[in-house]
Write a protein of this length. Sequence first.
Length: 284
Amino acid sequence: MAYDVSSNSISDYYTKVQYIYDWTMDEFDHQSIHAGYYDNEHTSRDTAVKNMNRHLADAADIRSDDTVLHAGCGVGGPPTWVAKHCGSDVIGINITDLQLDRARELARERGVAEQCEFRYDDFTEMHTIRNNEIDVVWALQAVCHADEKREFLEQAKRVLTDGGRLVVADGFMAKRNLSGREQRHMNKWLHGWKVPNLAHINDFVAHLGDLGFENIRVRNDDDNVMPFAKGTYRNSLSYYPKAKLLRLLGRLSRDEASHFAACYYQYRTLKKGLWTHRTVTAEV
């Protein structure tokens, strides 16, 4: 069966598994669908997730007079965090209506609705964003969902103001020419989270240079995200076998069962050095 990476399949996936993400978000009260950034001061899962927002905000030097575009805004955790803690106006774009509704509700709950706008838009197209309208383009573990990452970078370049900044924190391939076993394990987690592929970090940086981005910086986050990846893996040790059984019994959808497989394999492949988590910043 061919692997479906269409926008509709990604949207359907997040609609189907949102309740699974809710388990963690409700437990830790962070309302964010992304990994945490651990350091000496942030050593728990909840504080590390919030610290990832601080990490990106600092990397992009976000200020109160900036307009920040969140590409793939999830249920609004990072955009509302930026609005509240940085004082910026934010625009979040997403292709999942359920998440957009949740993001608008969260903005109201956090008292930042006047600073936040959430739109249905594909971040490889950005139809709702004008040229040179945005000061900071923020993409947190979202660009991985694009089949062609360069399409996102082209749109980011178009919408950024002169001197605008780009910050991307995501997974990238660290190794080329995987063995058959390594590729199968990568596919288990990529396909389980509806990720068509990961760009090799060197290729991604080359695209930035080709498009005219300047002051390109790459930071290795592996040590900072490894505890989060390991925690997700440990949780999967009980959920993944149950998910496989429920799938066989017809009580769990393919997307739901594959999600738990991804939770298992994302850590194993990161630990083996097949992929890496990097924060990339650049300016126009």
